[in-house]
Design a binder for this molecule. Structure first.
Ligand code: FMN
Length: 185
């Protein structure tokens, strides 16, 4: 698939088939992600791949953490929370390394990781997969971060919910660049 075709055709999709994603395809996505530009070649991206029961373990952590934040949460709410990571057969949590060199700025590391995330989304699309970039409170939850192996002050830029789409939505017509662009000639 041509790059511009992938960029135009990519779409977010909530409705994903439960079919597992072959490992070689997951590795293709990760390999695309790490081709992103990054300043000082620090490779600031960290990926945590969750499949199968790994997603259930994340759901348990999320439910317990939610209950700690909201003690009056009922079992039904806990169960709903537990089920959140099961919405896709593959989740990839993407975090950012803190700078460990005085030249490196955290914002630049975040930019590099965001670029890696877009590569990941485009590669998923090119492989016939669909995905949804999600954050929400879970990206800032200390218990979730600990479970994933991130430090409390490390940024999670997103959870990528990935799977084969249940259906292909109608093409999206996104607003043009015109009202967001100034030309200095
Ligand atoms: C940093 C970031 C965080 C996002 N977090 C969420 C989220 O938590 N929940 C959600 O429904 N969409 C979230 N989105 C937006 C969707 O992933 C999606 O990009 C948006 O709905 C536009 O749809 P499209 O990708 O088909 O153009 C997030 C996007 C970005 C870039």
């Amino acid at each position: 698939m041509e790059v511009l075709e992938a960029i135009d055709g990519r779409f977010s999709q909530d409705k994903l088939k439960p079919d597992p994603i072959p490992k070689f395809i997951i590795e293709t996505l990760l390999s695309a992600a790490v081709q992103a530009p990054n300043h000082y070649k620090v490779r600031p991206w960290r990926f945590v791949v969750l499949t199968g029961k790994g997603r259930e373990r994340l759901g348990d952590v999320m439910a317990v953490s939610f209950k700690a934040r909201q003690p009056d949460l009922q079992e039904e709410g806990m169960e709903k929370t537990r089920g959140l990571p099961l919405r896709a057969p593959l989740l990839i949590a993407v975090g950012v390394d803190k700078p460990n060199d005085s030249r490196v700025l955290e914002i630049e590391n975040i930019c590099a990781v965001a670029a890696a995330c877009e590569n990941l989304l485009l590669a998923a699309h090119a492989q016939g997969l669909a995905a949804k970039w999600r954050t929400g409170d879970w990206a800032r939850d200390p218990n979730v971060k600990r479970f994933l192996g991130f430090d409390a002050d490390q940024i999670i830029v997103g959870f990528f919910y990935i799977g084969f789409p249940e259906f292909i939505p109608a093409p999206i017509h996104r607003p043009s660049f015109h009202d967001r662009t100034t030309w200095i000639e």
